[in-house]
Design a protein around this ligand. Structure first.
Ligand SMILES: [Zn+2]
Length: 149
């Protein structure tokens, strides 16, 4: 298990051998996540710039769940992911959840060198901060080299 601290007391637990994650909130609420390497999920991963295989599905899942938490402080006054809060049973509007999903998916594509999408344009000032957060996730997962000391 790899544990990623995502700020505000939120942690992502990644279980590479089981291809599943858990987002753990400070109040103990836990949101599980999986993405089976079905043809549909592989095509979805490929559309975000990942490889169209089980590894691409796994990486897209981990980065997706982490990014929900990394973008949340720039989207919402309480800094908590609307999508994950909704899944955890907390009151959030579907509209807020959809907005956040569009931002996260667009950010993932952009981080993989695909063109910037409309959902991301209003957050251009946040992109350098978000890419640093994603870089930390990629290093912790062993998908990017460790930073020089
Ligand atoms: Zn999502």
């Amino acid at each position: 298990m790899i544990v990623l601290a995502l700020g505000r007391g939120v942690y992502l637990r990644a279980y590479p051998d089981e291809a599943r994650v858990e987002t753990l909130f400070p109040d103990g609420r836990l949101v599980p996540g999986t993405r089976e390497p079905t043809p549909e999920n592989c095509a979805e991963a490929a559309s975000q710039g990942y490889t169209p295989d089980a590894d691409g599905c796994w990486r897209s899942l981990v980065e997706h769940e982490a990014m929900h938490n990394i973008v949340a402080p720039d989207l919402w006054p309480d800094g908590i992911s609307a999508a994950l809060a909704h899944e955890a049973g907390l009151p959030r509007t579907y509209r807020a959840r959809l907005h956040e999903e569009a931002v996260v998916l667009s950010f993932q594509a952009w981080s993989n060198d695909l063109p910037i999408e409309p959902a991301l344009r209003q957050y251009k000032s946040c992109l350098s901060r978000w890419i640093m957060g994603l870089g930390a996730v990629r290093r912790a997962m062993g998908w990017a080299p460790a930073e020089a000391a």
